[in-house]
Design a protein around this ligand. Structure first.
Ligand code: SF4
Ligand code: SF4
Ligand code: FES
Length: 241
């Protein structure tokens, strides 16, 4: 039986001063295959039931278990300790986010900004009798942004988010892009003021931390650059795209 040691950054608002964290280490036995999330379950079930962390799907699709593991943004359920090539694993909550407890961050602003861009299909014409068809080329435009699982890694990594609390952030702008390029959406005019402002795309300085951080290998920066170009085109030519 092998062992791995988890060094976990902890914070308990009931016992720790505001903003003060501590690191606690736990040894976890395993038979060779262990995800970080499974290790956290072991700790919670056998060693310390007070450890707080989020998870849901255990299959890299809900985004709940995003953490900072050995210096990188990762999903705990997707991270096999063998692939870290060390028996010492340092686990922290998403940096630069307000803490609720241990590995649980406060995602209120993150989701408020996501909701702000109205991340759903908006139609003004009459609903068709059947589904709204798309060409293969139009569907292809959605391939990258629809894989976003709203994990928060890009948001946590973005220097513009750290310095400007009102900046919408890479996730919200990626979703804005996702609806801009959706041939079925009919709200381009209404959507434009949501992201074509100082709170939106112009706060992005293309540092691409978000691209580096994304555990789904998406490219929010590409979407944001596309939106900037679209805004310029609309100002100059009044084009619909
Ligand atoms: S590219 Fe833009 S959105 Fe991404 S981390 Fe940099 S400033 Fe933030
Ligand atoms: S773009 Fe990537 S890092 Fe950002 S919320 Fe979506 S999946 Fe997570
Ligand atoms: S538990 Fe859903 S992404 Fe990890």
């Amino acid at each position: 039986m092998r062992t791995v040691t988890f060094h976990i950054k902890r914070y308990d608002p009931a016992r720790d001063a505001q903003g003060s964290t501590r690191v606690q280490s736990f040894e976890i036995p395993h038979g060779g295959q262990l995800t970080v999330l499974e290790g956290l379950f072991y700790i919670q079930e056998k060693l310390d039931a007070s450890l707080a962390f989020r998870y849901c799907c255990r299959a890299s699709i809900c985004g709940s278990c995003a953490m900072y593991i050995n210096g990188r943004y990762r999903l705990a359920c997707q991270t096999n300790v063998l692939h870290l090539h060390t028996d010492e694993v340092r686990i922290e909550p998403l940096p630069h986010m307000p803490l609720v407890k241990d590995l649980v961050c406060d995602m209120t602003d993150f989701f408020a900004k996501y909701e702000y861009i109205r991340p759903w299909l908006i139609r003004s014409s009459e609903a068709p009798a059947k589904e709204i068809l798309q060409s293969q080329a139009d569907r292809h435009k959605l391939n990258m942004p629809i894989d976003c699982i709203l994990c928060g890694c890009c948001y946590s990594s973005c220097p513009s988010v750290w310095s400007e609390e009102h900046y919408l952030g890479p996730h919200a702008l990626l979703w804005a892009y996702r609806f801009e390029v959706d041939s079925r959406d009919e709200a381009r005019k209404e959507r434009l003021p949501m992201w074509d402002n100082e709170r939106g795309v112009y706060r992005c300085h293309t540092i691409t931390n978000c691209v580096e951080a994304c555990p789904k290998e998406l490219n929010p920066t590409e979407g944001i650059q596309w939106l900037k170009m679209a805004a310029v085109r609309r100002r100059l030519f009044g084009a619909s795209k």
